[in-house]
Write a new protein. Sequence first.
Length: 178
Amino acid sequence: MASLLRSTANGLTVARALVGLPLILAFQAGWSGLAWWLLLLAGMSDAADGWLARRAGGGSSWGARLDPLTDKVLIAAPLVWLASTGALPLWAIWLLLARELLISGWRSQAKDGAPASLVGKAKTILQFVSLLLLLWPPLWIGHAVLVTVGWWLFWPSLLLAMTSAVAYLKPRSASRPN
């Protein structure tokens, strides 16, 4: 049973990675509703694969390394899009993407893939929520209000990103802080 759960979790991670291209194409084509749904499904699959891996008693080493990289692709695509439209400042996107590359490189050197800290998990959740609100399609109810809420949520997500980066990179004693 554990093997099936791990395989399913890995399959969800791969499927989420494959959503990156259709997501970018949906943005480019102006299909904001499709892009929004793709991002939502990707976020839900991230939660589901983590849940499955925990139920299996832990994910595979391969999944532990692929999952955070997949998250980076799915966060980078809408962030770059939002910067290109002027919805978010380019400097903030650059700072966040630089952080993501730095931490991904650091994690790739860790034997266990360096599981996410609680702050890192909170950052990812807040980023997904912020992006979903920032990308709320213009013709949907509540567009202006929800986009504004998304903009305001982006800044604490950036702060959490920087805070978690410092925690990851600090020299560690016996254990890494949560």
